[in-house]
Design a binder for this molecule. Structure first.
Ligand code: ADP
Ligand code: ZN
Length: 435
C-alpha cells in the first residue's frame, strides 16, 4: 500500500474535484426531490426546482436541514430509497437529545468504508498493521466505520469495541496492536491504565492512533502521544452524513481533509444562515453528494469550524477543516460569557493536570454558578489543606485569564471522576432542570 488509499482522487486537481462534485450534485438533488417528499416540500416552499441546481455553486439556493428535521421525520421521513435496498441502520449517540437513525445501501457502506480506509492509510496503515478498534460497536458508527476501513486496507482487525480496559491492554500487548482507534478520552484512559499496570510508553507496539467522535485539544493530543508513545490523529464524522471518515488528518496533523468527492462542505453564519467566504469561522454544513439511502442536503452540523484550501505537504488536495471548536450547543453561556469546554481543557493540561475534569453549572439566586472539579495526579495529592487551596487559587486565576470569567475550582482525589470509554460527558448543566 502506498501513501494514499485512492491516490487518483485524493490528489486530484481542484478542477477535477469540482467536475465530479458538479456532476454528482445535479443527480443527487433530482434523486432527493423525487424520492423524499419531506425535502421536496422544503424545496417547493423555497421555490427551488431541481433544474435550478446546475453546479455546487447553486447549493446555496437549497433549504437547510437540521437535527430538528431529522427528529421530525424520524424514522423513515428522509429515506430516499425502498427499505429493501437498504442493508444497514446506524444511529447517532444521542449526545444532544433524542437519537436519529440513518440508513445505508451497500453502495453507501462501500463509500463510507473507503473513506475510513483513506484515514487509516493516511496514518501509515498497511496490511502489516494490527488495528485495534475500540470505538463502540452496535448502533454507534465509530466501531463499524473503522472496522470496515481496516478490512479494506487489509490490516489485521481486532474488533474490541469499547470498555474492559484491562482486556484491551492485554490484547494490545499480546497481539502487538500497531494502530489504535477510539475516542480521545478513551485513549487517555488507556494511557493512564497502561502506566498504572507498570508499562512504559515504549513497551507497546502502537505507532498511531485514530481518535475522534468528540472535541479534543492540541494539549490532549500531546498528553495521549506521550502516554502511549504514538502519533495521534484526528478523524471527524457524523452519523447523519455517514459516520467517521467524513474527514481525517494526514501526517501534517494540521486539519482534516474532507472527502470532497463525496461530501460538499460549506461554512455559514449560524445566526443568518448566510454562506461565508473561505477562512471564516462558522457552522459547518454538509451535502452528501452520492449517498443513496439517506442523502442529506445542506445539513447543519452545529459544529463550529474553519475551512482552508492552503496547500498541504502530504499531497492531498481536498479541503481541510480545523478541529471543530466544539458544537454550537457545547458552548456554555455563563453569566453572559461564552465558554467552551475545550478552553478549560487547555488550561488544565497546560498547568500539568490530567484531562479528568467535570464542569458543573447551576443557577442560584438568579445568578449562574460555575464550578469545575479537577482531579489531582496521585503525585500531587496532598492532605495539607493550605497547599490544595493555593493550587485551587492558581488554577482559578489561570481560568479567569483564559475565559474572562472565574470558576470555583475544587481539587478532587485521584480516580474520583468517572472515566469515559466512549464520548466523555464533561458538562453538567443543572440550570436546564430548573427551566
Ligand atoms: P451525536 O450528535 O449524537 O453525538 P454522532 O455520534 O453521529 O452523534 O456524533 C457526531 C458529532 O460528534 C459531530 O457532529 C461532532 O459534534 C462530534 N465529533 C465527531 N468527530 C469529532 C472530532 N474529530 N472532533 C470534534 N468533534 C467531533
Ligand atoms: Zn494533508
Amino acid at each position: 500500500m502506498g501513501k494514499y488509499y485512492q491516490p487518483e482522487i485524493e490528489t486530484a486537481s481542484r478542477e477535477e474535484i469540482l467536475r465530479i462534485q458538479n456532476e454528482k450534485i445535479v443527480k443527487q438533488v433530482k434523486h432527493v426531490y423525487e424520492n423524499v417528499p419531506y425535502y421536496r416540500d422544503l424545496m417547493d416552499k423555497k421555490g427551488v426546482k431541481p433544474e435550478d441546481i446546475k453546479s455546487v455553486d447553486d447549493i446555496k439556493k437549497l433549504p437547510f436541514l437540521s437535527k430538528a428535521d431529522l427528529r421530525e421525520a424520524y424514522p423513515y421521513g428522509l429515506l430516499a430509497t425502498d427499505l429493501k435496498n437498504c442493508v444497514r441502520i446506524q444511529s447517532t449517540s444521542g449526545t444532544t437529545g433524542k437519537r436519529v437513525v440513518a440508513f445505508y445501501t451497500q453502495n453507501d457502506i462501500d463509500i463510507w468504508e473507503e473513506c475510513t480506509a483513506r484515514a487509516i492509510v493516511a496514518v501509515g496503515g498497511t496490511e502489516d498493521d494490527v488495528c485495534q478498534v475500540c470505538y463502540g460497536y452496535g448502533l454507534f458508527t465509530g466501531g463499524a466505520g473503522l472496522h470496515g476501513g481496516s478490512h479494506r486496507v487489509g490490516c489485521l482487525t481486532l474488533p474490541m469495541s469499547s470498555g474492559n480496559t484491562e482486556r484491551q491492554i492485554q490484547f494490545m500487548m499480546d497481539l502487538g496492536s500497531t494502530i489504535l482507534c477510539c475516542t480521545p478520552s478513551y485513549a487517555a484512559y488507556i494511557g493512564e491504565t497502561l502506566a498504572e499496570m507498570g508499562y512504559k510508553p515504549e513497551d507497546n507496539k502502537l505507532k498511531a492512533g485514530i481518535f475522534g467522535a468528540e472535541p479534543w485539544t492540541e494539549e490532549m493530543r500531546r498528553n495521549i502521544e506521550e502516554s502511549l508513545g504514538i502519533k495521534a490523529y484526528d478523524i471527524y464524522g457524523l452519523t447523519e452524513i455517514s459516520g467517521p471518515g467524513v474527514s481525517f488528518e494526514c501526517e501534517e496533523q494540521r486539519g482534516m481533509h474532507i472527502n470532497e468527492d463525496h461530501f460538499y462542505a460549506e461554512i455559514i453564519d449560524p445566526d443568518t444562515g448566510e454562506a461565508l467566504p473561505e477562512g471564516s469561522k462558522g457552522e459547518l454544513v454538509f451535502t452528501a453528494l452520492d449517498k443513496e439511502a439517506f442523502p442529506l442536503l445542506r445539513y447543519r452540523t452545529r459544529d463550529i469550524c474553519v475551512l482552508t484550501r492552503e496547500k498541504c505537504s502530504c499531497g492531498r488536495t481536498h479541503v481541510r477543516m480545523c478541529k471543530p471548536m466544539g458544537r454550537s450547543d457545547d458552548m456554555m453561556i455563563i453569566r453572559g460569557v461564552n465558554v467552551f469546554p475545550s478552553q478549560i481543557e487547555t488550561v488544565l493540561l497546560n498547568q500539568g493536570y490530567t484531562p479528568n475534569y467535570q464542569i458543573i453549572i447551576d443557577r442560584k439566586n438568579n445568578s449562574d454558578t460555575f464550578d469545575i472539579n479537577v482531579e489531582l495526579k496521585p503525585e500531587f495529592f496532598s492532605d495539607i489543606v493550605s497547599e490544595n487551596l493555593a493550587k485551587e487559587k492558581k488554577l482559578e486565576s489561570a481560568m479567569r485569564t483564559m475565559l474572562g470569567i472565574g470558576p470555583k475550582i475544587h481539587l478532587v482525589p485521584p480516580k474520583s471522576i468517572t472515566r469515559s470509554e466512549g464520548k466523555a460527558v464533561r458538562v453538567i448543566d443543572k440550570r436546564k432542570l430548573h427551566d
